[in-house]
Ligand binder design. Structure first.
Ligand code: GLN
Ligand code: ZN
Length: 786
């Protein structure tokens, strides 16, 4: 054999550092404790470590410029000069302070929740939204109709040279121009960002010219929008872009990189582009292999994304070698490379750090570092034959077999319950109209009842107590006593300001998914397995490795305690199955819908226990239902069907008089309103304060019959809304919905806010409800029942 290995590609490596070095450097810099030089030094060290690690593990296409201080889409916006006027850019070099102003606003304290950037006074941050269907968030670039583009930063060149100086030849990564513009937002919204393509391309040409001059032979150009539904015009934009870019610099080859789904109806367009290489995701879309292989030109390098960049399970390496070997011999080793399906940004860095994990489970996992090893094994196995890597293949096969047959993964009781699910379990006894009357009798509420979404501020006191308890410095009993005091205080305070439906405050929860996951069977938690969510905010998603069940009640004691302190109703507070699923690493040996159904049964058990304990209202949050929508429209209905079914499985067992609430953290409902209605929650609270209630049009047009709490308090801002602002918003709501449907609440939970803001804001909210009741005419003020 002439080749020792096929080319082996990593498309991007986590930038945060094994011990979250980047987070600490960034946050130190933002608070003035770390100098800019130290921050730059830390970043440089992390890049050097990552390059060396990838080289040492046998990666031959090592990425550079995958590093980012905050977000790679923001880097791209800055690099091409898409810097909105509010940031006061003078056209010269872009200083770090300007870059961070775009990321966080100019006086931001970094608090954000539900994926929204902080909006304070001063300069607001760019909007933030989810990167395709991952839990990574990017900053949404803004472009104007007369946008001028200019190469303002040479980051890809600088990093390429930085690696070169260390003796490491890299393949720079850039976000492609079509994806960049497709993700950008037009300001004002009078044109399509993609119309600016011709203006943007010269910047890419200049960049590629500089990369070529610096010695790069390949560039990885990420165009993940190729996995989305595209219009003919958008496909044409690819043709226009890549006919220019592929020829821009002689000798510089482009690896057009797609991921997160199949190329599908974009395959012909993608394969026709004159690029030297095409990368495809064969983890999300293994079925596209034959079609892709048939579509690419002879000699074009086909990059096979076979190691899962989105999940944490070890791969069956022998099976992959068997599957790819015929293709490799048909195309020739010069026209194939093996790769991760996408950047490893979405998985934790190194399993070796998890010294406390169950030994069996640990044997089934592969994090970014382990995945590099898998790739290198594949590269060798495909070039030299399986014998050359026999031991590694055997190890992988053994791990896969052990996982498949482990009793830790399967629970016959769960499987029996799943088999026993029938339609009756997913349906409330009576339709909403009848339930409504019974619920109004069970709990007397005024017109426009007021409530909150669940959490109250997680003050430094709360966080300190939790940390002290975790470290063993505060005993379990003392910690519980502390939490009870906090709960008691907020119950009393909610009564004092006159809220109608109270919550216990969620002080015992840090991350809600973690809170429930820790109490469910089938879940595991890591100590160091951080993944970037946005900027310096990292999460440690739970790992669902086995059948899910709920050994014991999870929230009943807290609810009971809170309810014992007041005559007013306290809502039970749960996280829904779709949200738990979407924010976890999920086992890959069952369809997602099957796992979701198991979680739903566990939550159902909790709902029924809360009801038995006396809860008359139970909220099941589905914050992440919308964000789980598949990338392709054709797959939406199936997803919505099982997502709704799972919710109904949670809620379908309660008596008519028990009121089921749900909450969703976003404001786009037009395209999913039928599914929202099918959930049949008695009350839904949503985020509306910023949209001026326009999104309620979706509910009005649909004639949504159940009750709704449109948020009137923007909890993403430290601003305290005036009573008038809230009554104005409510008047807008009343134009669209009937009074009897309306609840009054904030946009979302209050855990990231400060009491100084929350106290006056909620007092104003209650006052707004009073004014409305008085002016409402149709009903007497507060004391009247509905
Ligand atoms: N009940 C949760 C809270 O108030 C809901 C949060 C969410 O949906 N993101 O914090
Ligand atoms: Zn929310």
């Amino acid at each position: 054999m002439s080749h020792q290995t096929l080319p082996v590609a990593s498309l991007g490596f986590p930038r945060i550092g094994r011990h979250r070095e980047l987070k600490f450097a960034l946050e130190g810099y933002w608070s003035g404790k770390v100098t800019e030089d130290d921050l730059l030094e830390t970043a440089k060290r992390l890049r050097a470590e990552n390059w060396a690690l990838q080289r040492d593990l046998g990666i031959t296409r090592i990425p550079s410029s995958d590093f980012s201080f905050y977000d790679h889409v923001l880097d791209t916006a800055v690099m091409v000069g898409a810097i909105p006027a509010v940031y006061g850019w003078n056209g010269g070099n872009v200083p770090l302070s300007l870059y961070f102003a775009m990321a966080r606003g100019s006086q931001g304290d970094g608090h954000a929740d539900c994926g929204h950037a902080h909006h304070g006074h001063g300069v607001p941050a760019l909007e933030m939204t989810k990167w395709f269907d991952t839990n990574y968030h990017y900053m949404v670039p803004e472009v104007s109709e007369d946008q001028a583009f200019r190469l303002t930063s040479h980051k890809p060149v600088d990093h390429f040279l930085e690696a070169k100086a260390l003796g490491i030849h890299t393949r720079p990564v850039v976000l492609g121009p079509v994806t960049f513009l497709k993700l950008a937002k037009a300001r004002p919204a009078t044109f399509k960002p993609l119309d600016l393509l011709a203006k943007l391309l010269p910047v890419y040409e200049e960049l590629f010219g500089r990369l070529g001059a610096a010695g790069a032979d390949w560039v990885q150009v990420d165009e993940p929008v190729l996995a989305l539904d595209l219009t003919e015009g958008e496909r044409h934009a690819f043709k226009m872009a890549y006919e220019r870019l592929a020829a821009a610099v002689p000798g510089l080859k482009l690896m057009l990189t797609t991921y997160f789904g199949a190329l599908d109806d974009n395959l012909a367009a993608a394969a026709a582009l004159p690029v030297a290489g095409l990368h495809v995701d064969l983890v999300r879309a293994p079925e596209q292999l034959d079609a892709v292989a048939a579509a690419v030109r002879a000699g074009q390098v086909l990059s096979l994304g076979v190691i899962d960049g989105r999940n944490i399970w070890r791969a069956d390496l022998a099976a992959i070698v068997d599957r790819l070997a015929p293709l490799v011999s048909a195309r020739g080793a010069d026209a194939v490379e093996v790769a991760a399906s996408c950047s490893l940004l979405h998985v934790p860095i190194d399993l070796a750090l998890e010294t406390a994990l169950d030994g069996d489970l640990k044997g089934w996992l592969a994090f970014a570092t382990q995945k590099l090893g898998e790739l290198s094994t594949l590269g060798k196995g495909l070039a030299q034959g399986k014998e050359a890597v026999r031991e590694a293949l055997n190890d992988a096969s053994k791990a896969v077999a052990a996982r498949a047959s482990s009793p830790k993964v399967t629970d016959p009781l769960v499987q029996g319950r799943i088999a026993g699910i029938d339609d009756g379990m997913k349906t409330r006894a009576s339709p909403f109209e009848q339930r409504r009357t019974l619920q109004a009798d069970a709990v007397r509420l005024p017109l426009f009842p007021t409530t909150t979404i669940g959490s109250f501020p997680q003050t430094s006191e709360v966080r300190k107590a939790r940390a002290a308890h975790a470290k063993g410095e505060l005993s379990y009993m003392d910690y519980q006593a502390f939490l009870r005091r906090q709960t008691g205080l907020v119950i009393r305070w909610q009564e004092e300001i006159g809220l109608d439906v109270l919550v216990h405050g969620e002080f015992e929860r840090n991350d809600m998914v973690q809170y429930f996951g820790e109490q469910l069977a089938g879940f595991a938690f890591t100590r160091h397995a951080w993944v970037q969510s946005y900027g310096s905010r990292y999460v440690r998603p739970p790992i669902i490795f086995g059948d899910v069940s709920r050994p014991n009640p999870m929230t009943v004691e807290w609810w009971k305690y809170a309810q014992s302190l007041t005559q007013k109703p306290v809502k039970g507070m749960l996280t829904g199955p779709v949200t738990i699923l979407n924010w976890s690493f999920v086992r890959d040996d069952l369809p997602r819908e099957a796992i979701c159904r198991q979680i739903a049964l566990a939550i159902r058990d909790e709902v029924l226990d809360l009801e038995k304990a006396g809860a008359k209202m139970i909220q099941i949050d589905e914050a992440a239902l919308r964000e789980g929508l598949p990338l392709r429209h054709k797959d939406w209905q199936h997803y919505l069907d099982w997502a709704v079914e799972s919710f109904r499985l949670c809620s379908g067992g309660v008596a008519d008089r028990t009121q089921i609430h749900t909450h969703m953290c976003y404001s786009e409902f037009n395209d999913i309103i039928a599914a929202i209605a099918a959930m049949d929650a008695d009350v839904i609270s949503i985020e509306t304060s910023r949209s001026k209630m326009e999104l309620l049009d979706a509910f009005r047009n649909f004639r949504y019959p159940n009750e709704i709490g449109p948020g009137v308090y923007d909890i993403h801002s430290p601003r305290v809304p005036e009573v008038d602002e809230m009554t104005d918003l409510l008047s807008l709501a009343r134009l669209r919905l009937e009074d009897r449907q309306l609840w009054i609440n904030p946009d979302c939970g209050l855990k990231t806010r400060r009491w100084e803001e929350v106290r006056p804001a909620l007092a104003n909210m209650v006052e707004a409800a009073w004014r409305l009741r008085k002016a409402g005419g149709s009903a007497e003020p507060a004391a009247a029942s509905r």
